[in-house]
Design a protein around this ligand. Structure first.
Ligand code: HEC
Ligand SMILES: [Cu+2]
Length: 350
């Protein structure tokens, strides 16, 4: 009894939590669709919700009517007539659910085929974009194999076009999910899964790993950036060319440190061209909104902290085993490294 009383006291908090659960991250929601797949998913969710609500209302209405109508009244001394079986009723409550299930099945089946349809659907004159996605603990690699370059953390697509994704995983199972655009599909080591997404509007869409994959799983965020076709083409050309040479002396010193004769960052972080499985390419690092999935891009101190002690900010990440960490990076060196990292832009060159 006492336990129930305590439990009830938490009810308002639980309801509040439920309310707040929707507010956490702006546009990390499937309830505000921005593409044909996500729209279909929401429509289907609502259809099943309405059908369930309808069934609940009807069943409860009948229940309460019968409760009121047939309850024991003063003077009712006899047990009512006992009935077994009623063919008409039984047919009714078998046929109605069948009809409801058919109503649900028709759009579900056609939608499932629509979402599984990996046939390219090129928009007039443009090649369909195909992107190889690889999930790593705890970051995302995006290989644009036809175009010959790799992007890390942020995936760019042209707006209004069906883009094909080939999904892989390097280490454990992850799940690729951009809620505003579509459903989630697992990335599984040794298996290639496929999906397509289309963004109806340009913009920055949040993505998240949706499969518990290790200590920093919750920080395995990424962005999908949908650009108009001409901007997208310019971005592709920029990624193929790589970032411009650093002009400032301090940034040039940073590039030395970044290289194989310095701290050896380049061993895991490609700049320009294809990347490796060892770490995200930093070709367009300065164009990101966040780094390491969640850290404020404008915060130099945070970036320095990341480079000095990545484990303290993202538990279990694979930069924490980098050999350079045994070397004390001086403040001057750090300043140079960060100055160099901040020159790594593609969007600002256009
Ligand atoms: C052993 C390989 C390795 C070495 C060496 C290495 N890193 Fe990393 N780095 C990684 C990995 C893996 C990540 C992704 C971590 C994550 O988000 O889980 C990363 C992430 C980063 C990021 C954030 C990238 C992003 O876009 O989110 C920066 C910046 C970075 N490293 C800078 C450096 C610098 C500077 C050096 C050299 C001083 C360096 N790294 C050396 C493996 C390495
Ligand atoms: Cu993951």
């Amino acid at each position: 009894m006492k336990r129930w009383k305590t439990a009830w006291r938490f009810l308002p908090f639980s309801l509040l939590l439920l309310l707040l659960a929707g507010c956490g991250e702006e546009n990390l929601t499937a309830l505000d669709p921005k593409g044909p797949q996500a729209e279909w998913l929401l429509d289907n969710m609502l259809l099943s919700l309405y059908i369930m609500a309808f069934v609940t209302v009807v069943v409860f209405a009948i229940f309460f009517i019968i409760l009121a109508k047939f309850r024991r009244k003063p003077g009712d001394d006899e047990i009512p007539k006992q009935v077994h079986g009623n063919t008409a009723l039984e047919i009714t409550w078998t046929v109605i659910p069948i009809i409801l299930l058919v109503i649900l099945a028709v759009p579900t089946i056609s939608g499932t085929f629509m979402m599984a349809d990996m046939e390219p659907d090129p928009v007039a004159g443009e090649d369909t974009v195909v992107i190889k996605v690889t999930g790593h603990q705890f970051w995302w690699q995006f290989d644009y194999e036809n175009e010959g370059f790799t992007a890390g953390q942020d995936v760019y697509i042209p707006v209004g076009e069906k883009v094909l994704f080939e999904l892989h995983a390097q280490d454990v199972i992850h799940s690729f999910w951009v809620p505003a655009l579509g459903g989630k599909i697992d990335t599984v080591p040794g298996i290639t899964n496929e999906m397509w997404l289309e963004a109806s509007y340009d913009g920055v869409y949040k993505g998240k790993c949706a499969e518990l994959c290790g200590p920093a799983h919750a920080l395995m965020d990424f962005k999908l950036i949908a650009l108009e076709r001409d901007e997208y083409d310019a971005w592709v050309a920029g990624m193929q060319e790589g970032p411009e040479e650093p002009q400032e002396v301090i940034a040039q010193e940073g590039r030395e440190l970044f290289g194989a004769d310095g701290l050896g960052c380049i061993g895991c972080h490609a700049i320009g061209g294809s990347g490796t499985a060892a770490g995200p390419t930093l070709t367009n690092f300065a164009d990101r909104e966040v780094f390491a999935g969640y850290l404020d891009m404008d915060d130099d101190e945070m970036l320095a902290k990341w480079i000095r002690d990545p484990e303290s900010l993202k538990q279990g990440n694979n930069m924490a085993s980098a050999p350079y960490l045994s070397h004390d990076i001086s403040d001057d060196e750090m300043e140079a490294l960060i100055a160099y990292l901040r020159t790594l832009t593609i969007l600002d060159n256009e």
